[in-house]
Design a protein around this ligand. Structure first.
Ligand SMILES: Cc1cc2nc3c(=O)[nH]c(=O)nc-3n(C[C@H](O)[C@H](O)[C@H](O)COP(=O)(O)OP(=O)(O)OC[C@H]3O[C@@H](n4cnc5c(N)ncnc54)[C@H](O)[C@@H]3O)c2cc1C
Length: 478
């Protein structure tokens, strides 16, 4: 019998699992996919928003501000990439200038301090962003905006939760939930019993809530498409937002921690099965709109495009509450700024909701720290030389685009919540994320996965069961 069953291993389930692991509780995370963080958490802008945008009084506003203030400490404890680059909302005409003045007032009402947001004129902005387009007339400067690496944020939280005793069961799609004295959660593979169930299933939030009682809300999928620019391109120094519209925050220019730049997202309601599909019209919309903010975007340097689905709730806000079935907690409708808000949502869910149902006793041996990750691209030559002496695998370059060594790939496989597929290695170590998108390193990644997982190369999967890449041996291969 589990104390808590979390359904969903995105950033919401991940941060809640880590928060629960501080206490003497038996917890398991269930997810339907082959790996963690495969839905909204893997396809977003990676921005830790300042809190200037959500409507005052909403849960989005409350948890955005709190989450932003928690990210740095969480990132330090878990060794998650965190880039304090700042952000700015730009106005290109008088109407937009009025809108960003309203955003300034909204930010203050949400709790931002005056040093956390400032109105700037074009001349001041040009000193910070020399590549600014000729259309921009003013901006709202947001120095507490930052950028994370979303997959690693989720993976690191789950790894740390597992280091502290939480269990993870992947490829377990929840199909039935019943309650008597306790919950019985049935998946396609197994049956789990628990005292509390937390529903953190993203775009499927209302479907899973409906398994136990009629949900008071509906979650719909709102797709966002992106372009990724190569890492030798720097069109902006900070996150550049357009003035918002009824469609949301608009097409943003976001420098990423590893050097690439994201252009996007779009915003469009779609069927669940279409959330990860990009479209010619969506990508064209990104091209047109991103050029309103900066000049000279080298579109020939695009390395890939992708799309993800926001879980938009019917009431327009996050839904974070115990349902009418005691012990069944919905953490649903977690669209933007959900990545930012996640650590604060976790503290609230565990402290204020779980804590009202179960007695929370702190574990004496809880460790908030995750074993640091070696990222060779961040090291000086002296540091690299020291590392090579300790472990030769860090001197063997596997992914030349992203500069990822064998040592880093082996480490990404052998941790708790480690990689089990080519995409899993890519999401953790970045091998295959660069200009050639794995064209050169994929065969070597297959060899390493097979060796470390102690399986045949033909059993190595691309992303999930059934996506094996090698179908047989060529003449002479052992
Ligand atoms: C285009 C886009 C841009 C965004 N940009 C930002 C941003 O810059 N900053 C920011 O703060 N936020 C941003 N967000 C929002 C952020 O990505 C989400 O709020 C966050 O990732 C939601 O995490 P989650 O864990 O709630 O959901 P998800 O990451 O979707 O996780 C849900 C999990 O539940 C699992 N699941 C579903 N059904 C079942 C079932 N029946 N059984 C078992 N498992 C199940 C899924 O497999 C999945 O792993 C953006 C979102 C999108 C889509």
């Amino acid at each position: 019998m589990y104390d808590v069953i979390i359904i969903g291993a995105g950033i919401s389930g991940a941060t809640i699992a880590r928060e629960l692991s501080r206490y003497d509780l038996k917890t398991i995370i269930l997810d339907k996919e082959y790996d963690v963080a495969t839905e909204a958490t893997m396809a977003n802008s990676a921005i830790i928003h300042s809190g200037h945008d959500p409507l005052p009084g909403t849960l989005k506003a409350k948890f955005n501000i709190l989450g932003n203030r928690m990210y740095k400490q969480m990132s330090t404890e878990l060794d998650i990439p965190f880039m304090e680059c700042g952000g700015m909302v730009l106005a290109t005409n008088k109407e937009e200038h009025i809108l960003i003045e309203e955003l300034y007032a909204r930010g203050i009402e949400n709790g931002l301090q005056s040093h956390e947001l400032q109105m700037l004129n074009r001349e001041d902005i040009l000193l910070l962003e020399p590549n600014l387009s000729d259309h921009v007339i003013s901006g709202l400067n947001l120095p507490t905006t930052a950028v994370t690496f979303p997959w690693e944020a989720a993976i690191a939280n789950i790894e740390n939760a597992m280091d502290n005793g939480v269990e993870l069961a992947l490829e377990n799609k929840v199909v039935k939930i019943e309650k008597n004295d306790y919950f019985t959660v049935t998946t396609n593979k197994d049956v789990y019993k628990g005292r509390i169930v937390i529903n953190a299933t993203g775009i499927f939030g209302s479907d899973v809530a409906n398994l136990i009682s009629k949900a008071t809300f509906e979650t719909k999928a709102r797709r966002g498409e992106y372009y990724v620019l190569d890492k030798d391109v720097r069109v902006a120094n900070r996150v550049l937002y357009p003035a918002p519209s009824e469609k949301g925050k608009g097409v943003i220019i976001t420098p990423q921690y590893h050097g690439n730049t994201l252009l996007g997202p779009t915003s469009e309601f779609v069927d669940f099965e279409d959330v990860s599909k990009t479209t010619a019209s969506g990508l064209e919309y990104i091209k047109t709109n991103s050029q309103k903010l900066v000049k000279n975007i080298p579109f020939h340097k695009i390395v890939r495009s992708f799309a993800g689905g926001r879980a938009t709730s019917s009431n327009g806000d996050f839904i974070i509450e115990e349902s009418d079935v005691k012990g069944f907690i919905n953490v649903c409708g977690i669209e933007s700024p959900g990545l930012t808000a996640a650590p604060a949502i976790a503290v609230y869910v565990v402290g204020e909701i779980v804590g009202n149902i179960l007695k929370l006793i702190k574990k004496e041996d809880f460790s908030p720290l995750r074993k640091p990750v070696v990222r060779t691209f961040e090291l000086s030559n002296d540091e690299l030389n020291e590392l090579f002496k300790e472990d030769k695998r860090y001197s063997k370059m596997i992914c030349r685009c992203e500069k990822v060594t064998e040592g880093e790939i082996v480490d990404s496989i052998n941790r708790n919540c480690g990689a089990r597929s080519i995409v899993g290695v890519k999401n953790r170590s970045r091998a295959g994320s660069g200009r050639c998108q794995g064209g050169f390193c994929q065969s070597e990644v297959i060899n390493i996965l097979a060796r470390e997982l102690n399986i045949d190369k033909q059993q190595v999967v691309y992303s999930k069961t059934g996506s094996e890449i090698l179908i047989g041996k060529t003449k002479g291969e052992k």
